[in-house]
Write a protein that binds this ligand. Structure first.
Ligand code: GTP
Ligand code: MG
Length: 411
């Protein structure tokens, strides 16, 4: 083991500028952040995104009559001070609209996996360019819960359970202005207990960084955030604020006693955006990558738990593949030989059968001929006998005639 020695510097060397160098490099490179909004049609996904980023993204309504769920990604270039952010917002279209919602989670899981797969493919390239690669992996999934005040729907539980090992999930209660304060409190407790009892892992704001551990810990206790979205500007006192105006009053989006919007923005954008990016890479992508490489047959250790390099795995796989190929070739050859034998036997049998048939036919013909000849012979014999009989009769007759003449002469 190397022994480290602590030395003190005699003067300013300058590597204390490393963090600044990093910041400057990152700023030049720009950042990307990808948000997935999962929630039923019309629950307020677009409005919340517009409110969060204080701008107007596209805001077209989805139809309630989709045959299935599909995901719609849209990418925007945003700039604040000198920081560029490539933001991708992915919307679930048609979520919760089908009668049979059994497979509604699948397109979402597939989309997340596809983004991981694209990144993995780029990583595995010989000439890879991850530096300017447009990373589309989902950093956060905002799961919009309907403000029913009752409990989570089974679709919510199933979907979150399927997603929790693939993406950071922050559950939020949408349209929180439609639920009373006491009901909201109970609803939050109910949701959290249901998530826990169903083993759904949601994203926890990190508490290991001292600078933010306190705020993050207190925010973890506030989950799920109850949010209100609005891009409407309303005058309250002498200030214009974003709010929803009702006949009985005004719900201010950025008023913490009205809803948790500020908490969500603080946690999602201002405090934990980098942690979300990091968790996506270090936890979710790492898991995907590991499973995928293991599926492909790569391992870090051999059966005796000894380190097993990529090169060795490749060689072992190659050998295994060649062995397989040889075995298959041998099988094919054997199959071919058997087939030829079978065909030969078939042909032989056919030929023998036809010869046999021919022989039988000839035999029958011969017997027929023989029978005809026999008949003819019998006819001829009969004829001969008749002729002989006639001949005998004729001879007998001719012998008796001279006797008669002698008699006549004697007279
Ligand atoms: P699709 O993209 O069509 O699935 O809908 P969406 O989920 O993007 O919902 P959208 O933001 O278009 O909002 C649908 C309706 O809900 C609009 O009339 C919004 O004004 C309203 N709405 C959005 N947010 C809130 C909210 O926080 N509270 C209330 N009461 N209404 C809201
Ligand atoms: Mg929308």
């Amino acid at each position: 083991m190397w022994k480290k020695r602590n030395l003190s510097l005699g003067g300013h060397v300058g590597f204390d500028s490393l963090p600044d160098q990093l910041v400057s490099k990152s700023v030049t490179q720009g950042f990307c952040f990808n948000i997935l909004c999962v929630g039923e049609t019309g629950i307020g996904k677009s409005t919340l995104m517009n409110t969060l980023f204080n701008t107007m993204f596209e805001n077209e309504e989805a139809s309630h009559y989709q045959n299935g769920v599909y995901l719609r990604p849209r990418t925007y270039d945003l700039q604040e001070s000198n920081v560029h952010l490539k933001l991708t917002i992915v919307d679930t279209v048609g979520f919760g609209d089908q009668i049979n919602k059994e497979d509604s989670y699948k397109p979402i899981v597939d989309y997340i996996d596809t983004q991981f797969e694209n990144y993995l493919q780029e990583e595995l390239k010989i000439k890879r360019s991850l530096f300017n690669y447009h990373d589309t992996r989902i950093h956060i999934c905002l799961y919009f819960i309907a403000p029913t005040g009752h409990s989570l729907k089974s679709l919510d539980l199933v979907t979150m359970k399927k997603l929790d090992s693939k993406v950071n999930i922050i559950p939020i209660i949408a349209k929180a202005d439609t639920i009373s304060k006491s009901e909201l409190h109970k609803f939050k407790i109910k949701i959290m207990s249901e998530l826990v009892s169903n083993g759904v892992q949601i994203y926890q704001f990190p508490t290991d960084d001292e600078a933010v551990s306190e705020i993050n810990a207190s925010m973890n206790a506030h989950l799920p955030f109850a949010v209100v979205g609005s891009v409407e500007e309303v005058k309250v006192g002498n200030k214009t604020v974003r709010a929803r105006q009702y006949p009985w009053g005004v719900v201010q989006v950025e008023n913490e006693s009205h809803c948790d919007f500020v908490k969500l923005r603080e946690m999602l954008i201002r405090v934990n955006m980098e942690d979300l990016r990091e968790q996506t890479h270090a936890r979710h992508y790492e898991l995907y990558r590991r499973c995928k490489l293991e599926e492909m047959g790569f391992k870090d250790t051999d059966p005796d738990s000894q380190p097993f390099s990529l090169q060795e795995t490749y060689e072992a796989k190659r050998k295994e593949f060649l062995g397989d190929l040889q075995r298959k070739e041998e099988e094919m050859r054997q199959m071919f030989v058997n087939k030829v034998k079978e065909t030969e036997a078939e042909l032989k049998e056919k030929r023998e059968r036809s010869l046999h048939d021919k022989f039988e036919q000839l035999k029958r013909m011969h017997q027929e001929e023989k029978r005809k000849v026999e008949e003819k012979r019998r006819d001829l014999e009969e004829e001969m006998n008749a002729f002989n009989r006639k001949k005998v009769a004729a001879e007998t007759l001719s012998l008796s005639q001279p006797l008669k003449k002698d008699k006549d002469k004697k007279k």
